[in-house]
Design a protein around this ligand. Structure first.
Ligand SMILES: Nc1nc2c(ncn2[C@@H]2O[C@H](COP(=O)(O)OP(=O)(O)OP(=O)(O)O)[C@@H](O)[C@H]2O)c(=O)[nH]1
Ligand SMILES: [Mg+2]
Length: 243
């Protein structure tokens, strides 16, 4: 009798250990999946792209997101492995809660094969450009801590509309604005202390900012989701999914 209950306890203990191991393994492998993140200002089209890429359908109604859309079963091409795809809410007040917190997580950052920063090419005024530059400043300060950075696709969305700003203008305005932020950052640093020579990130450097200085690739590509003109963005993702 005593022997039987000992055997039952032993079997239960082995089952619990096995189940914990399987759960842990599943969580681990989920964290090791390649991931792609869709970020950018509110209303730029991120959730539409998320739905289009995951089930080739566009939502009938679109509402501003208040939490991320997250899937671990994203396939950019049928023969490629499943990956993680996350669409973050663009509202400024939610960035700290979700995106910046995730980018501070070294495991997520390492698994990140690419970040799709989506903008509305029609809404791209000087004010919009400043908002985008501030968000990119925060993002690059995290992604560029990796030896090869993280590749970023600046997806210039809504080019189906004739008021869409040309890509070369968007790039020029953004490069200038990021350089303004570099100069402000440099002034702030020198006001606090002598410039630390070890701290030679691009935003504390004396050199004028340009996208070529980044460790990760930074590509500007136009497209639109409404008419399904997303081929170039999908190629960009597929190229990184195989590496
Ligand atoms: N004309 C046009 N409109 C688009 C395109 N892509 C998205 N939109 C519209 O842009 C609006 C916002 O799209 P969402 O996908 O909800 O935007 P979001 O970036 O997820 O916004 P947040 O969730 O607030 O961060 C919707 O009305 C879409 O229909 C496009 O390629 N062309
Ligand atoms: Mg959304």
């Amino acid at each position: 009798m005593v022997e039987n209950s000992f055997l039952i306890s032993l079997a239960v203990a082995i089952l619990v250990i096995l189940a914990s191991f399987l759960i842990f393994h599943k969580i681990q492998s989920k964290h090791q999946l390649h991931s792609f993140l869709i970020v950018g200002p509110s209303g730029s089209g991120k959730t539409l792209l998320f739905h289009y890429l995951t089930n080739r359908k566009l939502p009938v109604h679109s509402v501003t997101s208040i939490e991320p859309n997250d899937t671990y079963n994203f396939k950019i091409q049928e023969h490629l492995n499943e990956m993680r795809l996350v669409d973050y809410p663009g509202h400024n007040k939610l960035l700290q809660l979700y995106l910046y917190t995730d980018l501070n997580n070294p495991d997520l950052l390492k698994s990140c094969k690419g970040l799709i920063y989506m903008i509305d090419s029609v809404a791209f005024t000087q004010e919009y450009c400043e908002l985008v530059a501030q968000q990119l400043f925060q993002i690059l300060n995290r992604t560029e801590t990796l030896p090869n950075g993280v590749d970023i696709l600046l997806a210039c969305n809504k080019n189906d509309l004739f008021m869409a700003k040309p890509i070369f203008q968007i790039k020029e305005m953004l490069e200038k604005e990021l350089d303004n932020l570099r100069q402000i950052n440099l002034k702030n640093l020198s006001a606090v202390s002598e410039k630390d020579n070890d701290n030679d990130s691009f935003f504390s450097s004396d050199r004028t900012f340009s996208f070529d200085q980044l460790e990760g690739n930074f590509d500007f590509v136009g497209g639109n989701i409404i008419k399904g003109n997303t081929d170039k963005w999908e190629c960009w993702i597929a190229e990184r999914a195989v590496n």
